[in-house]
Design a protein around this ligand. Sequence first.
Ligand SMILES: Cc1cc2nc3c(=O)[nH]c(=O)nc-3n(C[C@H](O)[C@H](O)[C@H](O)COP(=O)(O)OP(=O)(O)OC[C@H]3O[C@@H](n4cnc5c(N)ncnc54)[C@H](O)[C@@H]3O)c2cc1C
Length: 622
Amino acid sequence: MWTCKNLWKKLSPLARSSSTLCRQNARGVVLNNERRLPLVPQAHMSSGTPGSGGDNNLYYLLVGATCVGGGFYAYRTIKGDKERYQERINEIASRPNKVVPEQPITEAPGEQAAETPQAAEPATVAPAEVPAPTPVEFPSHAPYLLIGGGTASFAAARSIRARDPGARVLIITDEPDLPYMRPPLSKELWFSDDPSVVDTLRFKQWNGKERSIYFQPPSFYISPQDLEKVENGGVAVLTGKKVVHMDVRGNKVTLSDNTEISYDKCLIATGGVPRNLQVIERAGEEVTKRTTLFRKVEDFKALDKVSRDTKSITIIGGGFLGSELACALGRRSADSDLEVIQMFPEKGNMGKVLPEYLSNWTTAKVKSEGVMVITEALVKAVSFKDGKVEIKLKDGRLVKTDHIVAAVGLEPSVELAKSAGLEVDSDFGGFRVNAELQARSNIWVAGDAACFYDIRLGRRRVEHHDHAVVSGRLAGENMTGANKPYWHQSMFWSDLGPDVGYEAIGIVDSSLPTVGVFAKATAKDTPKAATEKSGTGIRSESETEGTASSPVASSTPEPPPVPERKDNYGKGVIFYLRDKVVVGIILWNVFNRMPVARKIIKDGEEHADLNEVAKLFNIHED
Ligand SMILES: Cc1cc2nc3c(=O)[nH]c(=O)nc-3n(C[C@H](O)[C@H](O)[C@H](O)COP(=O)(O)OP(=O)(O)OC[C@H]3O[C@@H](n4cnc5c(N)ncnc54)[C@H](O)[C@@H]3O)c2cc1C
């Protein structure tokens, strides 16, 4: 008995000194065996009267067998620990950028020793094989890990911190910049009279106030190295790093340099990349060199330079991005000999969104900004000849230019779907998520990359700033346990310069039946005047602060109905209908009334007279 106990006393510290990975095991071994030891006297006492010879023999037999068995068990456990320990050392040695703990772990001294490879196994792990401690660049673990450094990620980070003030949030972005907003890249930045705008990335909003495109200055963020240490947590950003693999079972991601970072909860907000036309991709290097796909800060900087260095720029695409850039460059051409051409397959600008009469009106507006607009233009071939890019159209027309901007849509970034085993929607693209923006139990998706279930309008994917804000915020809330569905309809807006703009909500698709109600615009019905009044520049900020109270009809006397074909569409409301229910609304030069539109969509009712509904927007008031 004494021998057995002493044997265990000798064995237990050995078991305890095995690797940290096996710490739990080692404790288990000691505990199990300590439990087993008291069983021996218990067995002895129950098997007969103490002192009887036969009993004693049986007792020695039992003690002996237990000691031998226990010793064998302990030997195997320690051997197993050693093997697991060795595996861990090998794994650590093969891991690049492993975070080396700055402070030794301060639990049991025996366990500490085991944590340092050299101390525990000097014979098997030569110092040269152990990676030299590299400067700690990455946290090895982030409770909240957000992939992508765009608007959706930033909104999620903000809402996570609002609900969980001590939260440690890590944003990983493959861009070199801290999170920034994209809308000014095709609008205000182009209208700045500050020649250093490409460096400062500060711009005057339409209301004259200056601001930066960055959501927050660098001082707002903590450094990734400090994420695990800082007392109250914070938001850290790893810039210039791409997540290339997701192990959703192991709760970890791998970066392109093979670094692994584990997480508790993960948001995918990877946005998308601009599409290109196949004819441009096939056209060769000279054309590729002279083509801009516009999405990022660098693209703005590059196009700004091109607009100063070349004589002719052709924008392919008639959507909001192409039309905004056309207007911006058109304005610039007024003071230079730059030629700006815009071409697209539709009959008019924003033809996929606006009803035909309004699309035609918009085309006239873009032309008045100095842009040569070529409608119904299908690009057949692109080549580089005699120092010019030649664009051949299907109907035989030929356009010669110096530079192309392809603004032909977005491809959601879903490369991670494969390794993560996540579903990509076959109709809309993007990661398929439920109404709570959840793809799996601890993975959410927001922004342009999310194909979500809108409990009001069905399955959708939305590529707009305010949606990135709204969905990012919701995902952040749900990552902290809110379990809320998507119901707050996001909006989007587009400005053709400071004088004409629209705000839209719901499904705005020109193939749906529409009803438009217009009124005469006044000087205050412009994007510029609207931002002056609200004091904010990014319109989604002004509108999301508004309350979605019940709309109240205007007390203004009923105006005469305005026919849809009116030539001057000063300001108005366009309703988009599906099965007679309003599923989308455009507020044309009508600003800061989005809560009313949101309420109409949310109610989802049939309306007998949409002129009456239009009154809720007070468009006939001066
Ligand atoms: C020039 C321009 C003007 C716009 N104007 C308007 C407007 O007026 N109104 C409007 O409503 N909307 C506008 N938009 C659209 C709006 O900006 C987008 O809908 C919004 O940016 C989407 O946000 P997001 O966070 O989902 O994606 P993004 O902003 O695209 O951010 C995704 C980020 O993730 C990064 N990333 C992707 N994959 C990885 C990876 N594997 N690892 C690490 N990082 C990764 C990307 O590089 C990117 O930085 C505009 C867009 C552009 C480009």
